[in-house]
Design a protein around this ligand. Structure first.
Ligand SMILES: *[C@@H]1O[C@H](CO)[C@@H](O)[C@H](O)[C@H]1NC(C)=O
Ligand SMILES: *[C@@H]1O[C@H](CO)[C@@H](O)[C@H](O)[C@H]1NC(C)=O
Ligand SMILES: *[C@@H]1O[C@H](CO)[C@@H](O)[C@H](O)[C@H]1NC(C)=O
Ligand SMILES: *[C@@H]1O[C@H](CO)[C@@H](O)[C@H](O)[C@H]1NC(C)=O
Ligand SMILES: [Cu+2]
Length: 459
């Protein structure tokens, strides 16, 4: 009886393994409340050992103020509230300033535990090991919801702020992508060592991880246009996700490489979100996923009904709790999250000086694609009068690089299990055992329980 009522009220649709519950209220708000991150179910399975064991420091109890604030982030854009997410280098000076200021306002706001920026980063830390955030097909949906929470937080500070994205395929063609203008003080600040230029200079982090630091370009590689083409050759979410996909088409693995390439805080799953690079990278990944969903629609595949039956770890089962509010994993593939989001990408074709629509980009006429300018190019072309002693800053930076290296061993001593992004590969050789977990949802008591918990929250 009650169930029927709910079904009518929330407009459920049947898909794949079970029932998809649309998380949106009739008035457009998302009906969720923030629940603490204690795993409500026993997901204790033998192959969890390769994932980060949660650091007890991340698990401090949330205060009422924390929960109230986190709850306030669970809302969808209002009707007509379009959020244009542009490539970082396409932002106007004013938009860039708003984004940077809003991020810093979150960092400065200590009305919640730590501060608002770090509390959200901590939510990612807590979720890194025991939810669908990583290591499976729930990855994209989890981060899509998380981005919306962060964007809502920005807009509480500056109502017009949105998330820019860092399209690292624009940097990939450079002979030294670390020289991209993205690592200048106009954008993310320096990438070598402690961040002492740009909008996030001098930032501290939490839990003893020191000052914000990076080590760009020391390991792995950025994503390329070729990677994007590979992704778009596939048709289903399962074809571009763990556990079932080889790395050249695995969007999560491709993104892991970028995390490692940036280095420093970004290199570790548990603490990556303490560097704002996390958000501009994830917004890019989300854009790639949205392009993929458009491609799916062109082939008459409905992305809101496409969740793979072979999902690997139990945390990625359709009805496992997402770990964000009382959403479940499959809610992540809904269209509601990005309904009001528009992605704007650069393309060659503008006339005049800024062919790619930005003084920070140029058009490569041999491939007819946009490519980032380097720091030097930008300095030469736009800042002739602003004199900079690059030799001095290089010397300074190489000194800092050594400093940066010091962080890595000290982390090793801290007793944290190091799930470096690279170790996040699902062991395909273990496919036999993982197949066990892709069971009939309605027969699984744990998942049944998850469903009940979810339904009771809706009640
Ligand atoms: C939307 O509906 C929910 C559930 O009925 C209610 O709790 C919430 O206050 C409403 N929000 C607005 C903005 O009207
Ligand atoms: C954040 O606080 C610092 C130190 O008090 C201050 O210099 C800075 O202007 C503040 N930033 C914002 C965006 O409020
Ligand atoms: C893509 O996914 C579909 C549906 O799960 C599957 O049938 C197909 O074999 C996959 N293709 C590849 C190349 O893995
Ligand atoms: C799942 O289990 C239920 C209950 O035992 C059964 O009715 C249903 O046919 C099963 N579905 C599949 C796809 O095996
Ligand atoms: Cu993540």
């Amino acid at each position: 009886m009650i169930l029927c009522f709910l079904l009518l009220q929330w407009g459920t649709q049947t898909v794949g393994q079970g029932v998809f519950i649309n998380p949106v209220n009739t008035n457009g708000t998302v009906r969720v409340e923030f629940v603490e991150f204690e795993q409500p179910l026993d997901f204790d399975i033998h192959d969890e050992s390769m994932f980060a064991t949660s650091d007890p420091r991340f698990e401090f109890p949330l205060t009422e103020a924390d929960v109230t604030w986190l709850n306030s982030l669970f809302s969808l854009p209002e009707e007509g509230e379009t959020r244009e997410r542009k490539e970082y280098r396409l932002l106007t000076e004013e938009e860039r300033e708003y984004f940077h200021r809003a991020v810093n306002m979150l960092k400065n706001d200590t009305t919640v535990s730590l501060n608002k920026y770090d509390l959200l980063a901590n939510i990612h830390s807590r979720s890194s090991s025991n939810t669908a955030a990583h290591g499976g097909p729930g990855f994209l949906g989890w981060h899509r919801v998380f981005l919306l929470l962060f964007e809502n937080a920005l807009r509480q500070m500056i109502p017009t702020a949105t998330l820019p994205y860092w399209d690292c395929t624009l940097d990939h063609p450079l002979s030294h992508p670390s020289e991209s203008v993205i690592w200048s003080d106009v954008f993310l600040g320096n990438g070598d060592g402690e961040v002492n230029t740009g909008p996030f200079r001098g930032w501290n982090t939490q839990f003893g991880f020191g000052l914000l630091h990076r080590q760009v370009s020391s390991l792995r590689h950025l994503m390329s246009v070729h990677d994007l083409r590979n992704i778009l050759e596939e048709d289903f979410l399962g074809n571009i996700s763990y556990p079932d996909t080889k790395s050249s088409k695995n969007l999560e693995q491709l993104h892991n490489n970028v995390h490692v390439w940036v280095g420093g805080l970004m290199r570790k799953i548990e603490i990556g979100a303490f560097d704002p690079v996390f958000y501009v990278l994830h917004t890019f990944i989300d854009k790639v996923w949205e392009d993929f969903r458009v491609h799916q629609r062109s082939k008459e595949i409905d992305p809101t009904k496409d969740y793979p039956e072979f999902y690997g770890r139990r945390n990625h089962a359709s009805f496992a709790p997402m770990g964000l509010g009382n959403l479940v994993v499959i809610d992540g593939i809904s269209d509601v999250w990005n309904k009001n989001v528009v992605y704007r990408q650069p393309s060659c074709g503008n006339s005049g000086q800024n062919e790619c629509g930005s003084k920070f980009l140029r058009c490569d006429h041999s491939t007819w694609t946009c490519v980032s300018k380097t720091k030097d190019e930008v300095t030469k072309s736009t800042n002739k009068d602003k004199h900079k002693d690059t030799t001095l800053s290089r010397t300074l930076n190489s000194g800092l690089k050594e400093l940066d290296n010091l962080y890595i061993p000290s982390l090793l001593n801290s007793g944290i299990s190091h799930s470096v992004y690279s170790d996040f590969l699902y062991p395909l050789k273990d496919r036999q055992s993982t197949a066990m977990y892709s069971e009939n949802v309605s027969q699984s008591s744990a998942l049944q329980k998850a469903k009940e918990i979810y339904m009771s929250h809706l009640n």
